[in-house]
Design a protein around this ligand. Structure first.
Ligand code: PGA
Length: 248
């Protein structure tokens, strides 16, 4: 059985003072029965890894450059994230695809680099409202999946995050039925990409306005192996409730 994952994406939020929230979160959720990950901005990675030492919370980056080092001003490499204490990295988040023009091919090479550094690549895919209204959800998600998941991806080094763009930060959540059916189709498409056994084991998590009020029904739906949480991960009590729901 696939273990649930509650992953918090702090995006461009948080100052060093925010690290005190880790103690509150660890206290509210001392031994969650699901995996818990927080992806803070890079400036907080080292401090958060230190704050999380001795707790069940793991720390991840929000992006990495495909190269290990070099003349790339402003970028961070996967080995640097690992050195800072990260065990995972978000890749291809829709905000990076929109703000930085990241393509599926970019995401795939980043995922290879992440794997080389021992990081789990959390590969984000999802359709826009326009795609959805035009009935293109599966085409878009299928194309993103086949282009962004690199050869050799395994259930140990890769998590797929299905995040419909129209649900991110909007308060609109996909219904558990809708999300579950897209997750089921993603798993079928994954079979072609990574083979049947790996596809069956690879976690597929849902993101888009997940909060304590809707997390249980989402996580109870077939094929939803966890949540990628933006806004609600910034509130320790909300994120603790989401972690608890993942461990039921
Ligand atoms: P949200 O963000 O929970 O604020 O909708 C999710 C995400 O972008 O990962």
């Amino acid at each position: 059985m696939r273990r649930k994952l509650a992953a918090g994406n702090w995006k461009m939020n948080g100052l060093r003072a925010s690290l005190t929230e880790i103690a509150a979160l660890a206290k509210a959720c001392p031994s969650p029965d699901c995996d818990v990950l927080i992806c803070p901005p890079a400036t907080l990675l080292v401090g958060m890894a230190e704050a999380c030492a001795g707790t069940a919370i793991r720390v991840g980056g929000q992006d990495c450059h495909p190269a290990a080092s070099g003349a790339h001003t402003g970028d961070l490499s996967a080995p640097m994230l690992a050195d800072a204490g990260a065990t995972a990295v978000l890749l291809g988040h829709s905000e990076r695809r929109a703000d930085h023009g990241e393509t599926d091919a970019d995401v795939a090479v980043k995922a290879v680099s992440a794997r080389g550094a021992g990081l789990t690549a959390i590969i984000c895919i999802g359709e826009t409202l326009e795609d959805r209204d035009a009935g293109r959800t599966l085409d878009v998600v299928g194309k993103q999946l086949s282009g962004s998941v690199p050869d050799g991806a395994t259930a140990d080094n890769t998590v797929i995050a299905y995040e419909p763009v129209w649900a991110i930060g909007t308060g609109k959540t996909a219904s558990p039925e809708d999300a579950s059916s897209v997750h089921g189709l993603i798993r079928q498409l994954l079979q072609d990409r990574v083979g049947e056994g790996t596809a069956a084991d690879m976690p597929i998590i849902y993101g888009g306005s997940v909060k304590p009020a809707n997390v249980e029904e989402l996580l109870d739906a077939d094929e939803i192996d966890g949540a990628l949480v933006g806004g609600a991960s910034l509130k320790p009590e909300d994120f603790a409730a989401i972690c608890s729901a993942g461990g039921r």
